[in-house]
Ligand binder design. Structure first.
Ligand SMILES: *Cc1c(COP(=O)(O)O)cnc(C)c1O
Length: 481
């Protein structure tokens, strides 16, 4: 919890004050049911004006600091030779110790450039765990992804501090099986997005580096969720607890040939970039930036966002800043766990993940338990989460469903956005929903796009369960919102 000792109940403590606010709207539950029905029970299709707490994602929605906002006013719009670009590139050299930088408009654009440069048909990219856009770019180039997170990392409940660690035995076996020349690169995602924001230990990264050096394969870090991972190394990995955040970052960065990131997460702005150690590697990738992103000094980003990113990256080296996300998430996970509500443990970064397979164990996987729970949660609370389960998968070409091995509702906590009372409201409503979980039923598609169905697809309830949920809410809460 907080570095500040409490006399009574320990709670996460905000190390910032709020100076700009946005008014929120909490529509009554009958209206929420209407809105959810119109959105086809898909939280991506909800209009934000009808959402009370938006916990869909932490991408591009973290709160900026006063220093970031101020920096945006002094951005240099020059097409070439922009001083903004120089400030950003210098900051990355200072933090990561890498000499070369290529800007790109967001994380997936970096993945596009990496995949186009290094992945050819028949090559393999071993990684701890995939991210949706990463895997898509690799497979689009004819490569395959091998996921090598340790088996224990996939357990929903656990007390393992670093569930994102790569299994070294599996990594060696994959390199031996395909041959080092078929390995496009090895990718470490820190922390892992799709398995609950779980971190990777610095020791595991050191061991992965040694193995890559032995076989002469390229090592790449996806640093999009680095801020939370740094917090967890500092607080959970005893061997490195005396190092500062800057020292941990540098020790980590020194292990990698290439570091890329989404600045929609890292640095609390909107953009992305690739940091490269070696000139020859930089030159191999450079040509693609003006082609797909924009000139080398902005890469498709607004210079104002680049200035905000430069300051945001600097602020990420401050423990008080990066502790905020994990502390609030830790609090929320602990409060839910205490009430017997199934969540991924231990708490990771990014957000809190409800385990729908246990929460609504009576809803068959073919009726999308995580999607149904996300829909029920919005109706019960006005909170928007994201389905991360079977709905987010794609059917086999013959139409068979691929059942996801986890059915999660992710409740992201964008940094410095929500207050503790809002988190307590979320816990209260989730806990009411858990008490009434038998009322929740399944969903079926009535509009199912072939690709990215989770973004656009529309579903309907299999019965009148949503109406029953509204009636129970009214019976329990009276005329409350
Ligand atoms: C979000 C994310 C990406 C993609 O970044 P975008 O800016 O959304 O394109 C890549 N990797 C990880 C781990 C992410 O969390």
């Amino acid at each position: 919890m907080s570095k500040v000792q409490f006399h009574g109940e320990a709670v996460p403590l905000e190390m910032h004050k709020v100076r700009i606010v946005q008014k929120l709207n909490l529509p009554p539950i009958e209206r929420r049911l209407e809105v959810m029905t119109a959105a086809g029970n898909n939280t991506f299709l909800l209009p934000n004006a009808e959402v009370f707490l938006d916990m869909l994602t932490d991408s591009g929605v973290n709160a900026m600091s006063d220093r970031q906002q101020a920096a945006m006013m002094v951005a240099d719009d020059a097409y070439a030779g922009s001083a903004t670009y120089t400030r950003l590139a210098d900051k990355l050299t200072e933090i990561f110790g890498t000499d070369y930088f290529l800007p790109a408009h967001q994380g997936r654009a970096c993945e596009h450039i990496l995949a186009k440069t290094f992945v050819t048909p028949g090559t393999v990219v071993p990684m701890n765990y995939h991210f949706t856009t990463t895997k898509a770019h690799i497979t689009l180039q004819g490569g395959t992804v091998e996921e090598l997170v340790t088996d224990a990392g996939l357990a929903v409940t656990s007390d393992l501090p670093f569930k994102g660690d790569m299994d070294l035995g599996k990594l060696r076996a994959v390199i031996e099986k395909h041959g080092a020349d078929k390995i496009a690169f090895v990718r470490v995602e820190s922390g892992t997005n799709l398995i609950g924001g779980q971190p990777v230990s610095l020791q595991n990264m050191i061991d992965v580096r040694a193995l890559c050096a032995e076989y002469g394969v390229l090592l790449v870090l996806d640093a999009s969720l680095l801020a939370d991972n740094l917090h967890f190394i500092k607080t959970r990995e005893g061997a490195f607890k005396d190092l500062s955040i800057r020292e941990i970052t540098r020790k980590m960065a020194d292990l990698y040939d290439v570091i890329y990131f989404s600045a929609r997460k890292l640095g609390c702005a909107r953009g992305g970039g690739i940091c490269i150690r070696d000139r020859a590697l930089y030159e191999r990738m450079r040509g693609l930036v003006p082609l797909y992103e924009g000139f080398l000094t902005y890469g498709g980003m607004s210079v104002r966002e680049m200035e905000a990113m430069t300051v945001g990256l600097d602020e990420t080296m401050d423990e008080d800043m990066i502790d905020q996300g994990p502390q609030f998430i830790g609090y929320m996970v602990e409060e839910l766990d205490k009430r017997g509500i199934p969540v991924i443990t231990p708490a990771g970064g990014l957000g809190c993940h409800l385990d729908a397979l246990r929460f609504v164990d009576h809803v068959p996987q073919a009726q999308y338990p995580a999607g149904a729970l996300a829909s029920a949660l919005y109706i019960a609370s006005g909170i928007r989460g994201m389905e991360r389960g079977t709905l987010s998968e794609q059917r086999e070409p013959d139409g068979t469903e691929i059942f996801s091995n986890m059915e999660l509702v992710r409740l992201a906590l964008p940094r410095r956005v929500f207050t503790l009372s809002q988190v307590k409201y979320a816990v209260d409503r989730i806990s009411w929903l858990h008490e009434n979980r038998r009322l929740i039923g399944g969903l079926i598609f009535f509009e199912e796009p072939e690709v990215l169905r989770f973004f656009y697809g529309r579903l309907k309830p299999v019965s009148d369960w949503q109406q029953k949920l509204v009636e129970k809410f009214r019976a329990d809460f009276g005329d409350s919102l």
